[in-house]
Design a binder for this molecule. Structure first.
Ligand code: CP
Length: 307
């Protein structure tokens, strides 16, 4: 049974195939309209979500399949103390594939050992968010033609940001990638990314505090939200929440073809005045999430022998 816990679960060649399939789905929607007829996706979300849950559900509905699930721990039997292991054993009898989001790191991995169906990690705590990374890679490839030869600035909460950790893990496998990591000192990337991934692989990177200073050198700026839900105290969150605000003045410092990405939701870190800038690609990115998730559902169901 193949699951998706990390973007590294797919080889570069498999990612290429997945993106090609997403391209074909995007261009030939009707060809796939019944591809998952009679199959069911379960979305088990123990944490809030708009994009991930709804794009998974849209993806399965676009493939002619069915969806069921819950949108919060409170509306499931987790509120009565049921374990993730028991829940997935039960869901395995109701659905053909399952996407799980959970506030605890590793919870989707625990689910895999009790599951009879493919499990997709839809975000686990501050750890990984592999389907966001598939969306990010697909967007970069769609808008830049290829993934490689890029200076990528990642700005904001690099400590707790699971989208950041997954994206760095995935991008280091592509040629000539250089990172500029922009954060307050309290929110720098964890050592398991800096030492075990970047330094271990000899990937060039710098860690800086000022966004303005590095804007001119970036090919992609990946903004992230300072996440209130990951802070242990409100004072620290309030001190750091508006540390970076991307506005028109800062965009004037950037290359003409720099892309601005953001996994969304945003709070204040990108001013709405940037939305009309042709370099702002974050809403396209969110839309792309449907196509790459359609490709993922198809691929995992085929590998599980369910299609
Ligand atoms: N990008 C992302 O994971 O958004 P949601 O939290 O709305 O799913």
């Amino acid at each position: 049974m193949r699951h998706l816990m990390s973007p590294l679960d797919f080889t570069i060649d498999e990612l290429y195939d997945l993106m090609k399939l997403a391209d074909d789905i995007q261009k030939n929607r009707s060809k796939y309209a019944k591809a998952c007829e009679g199959r069911t996706l379960a979305t088990c979300f123990y944490e809030p979500s708009t994009r991930t849950r709804l794009s998974f559900e849209a993806a399965m509905l676009n493939l002619g399949g069915n969806v069921l699930g819950f949108a919060s721990a409170d509306s499931s039997s987790a509120a009565k103390g049921e374990s993730v292991s028991d829940t997935i054993r039960v869901i395995s009898g109701y659905a053909d594939i399952c996407a799980i989001r959970h506030p605890k790191e590793g919870a989707p991995l625990v689910a895999t050992s009790h599951s009879g169906i493919p499990v997709i990690n839809a975000g686990d705590g501050g750890h990984q968010h592999p389907t966001q990374t598939l969306t990010d890679l697909y967007t970069i490839r769609s808008l830049r033609g290829e993934i490689g030869q890029l200076t990528i600035g990642i700005c904001g909460d690099l400590k707790f940001g699971r989208t950041v950790h997954s994206l760095i893990n995935a991008l280091v496998r592509y040629p000539d990638i250089r990172f500029v990591l922009i954060s307050p000192p309290e929110l720098v990337v964890p050592s398991y990314i800096r030492d075990d991934v970047l330094k271990a692989r000899g990937i060039p990177f710098t860690e800086v505090k000022s966004l303005e200073d590095v804007m001119p050198e970036l090919d992609i700026l990946y903004m992230t939200r300072v996440q209130r839900e990951r802070f242990f105290n409100e004072e620290d969150y309030i001190r750091m929440k508006d540390f970076y605000i991307l506005d028109k003045a800062k965009m004037e410092l950037a290359k003409e073809n720099m892309l601005v990405l953001h996994p969304l939701p945003r709070v204040n870190e990108i001013s709405v005045e940037v939305d009309d800038d042709p370099r702002a690609a974050y809403f396209t990115q969110a839309h792309n999430g449907v196509f790459i998730r359609m490709a993922l559902i198809l691929t995992l169901l085929k590998e599980a022998g369910s299609l």
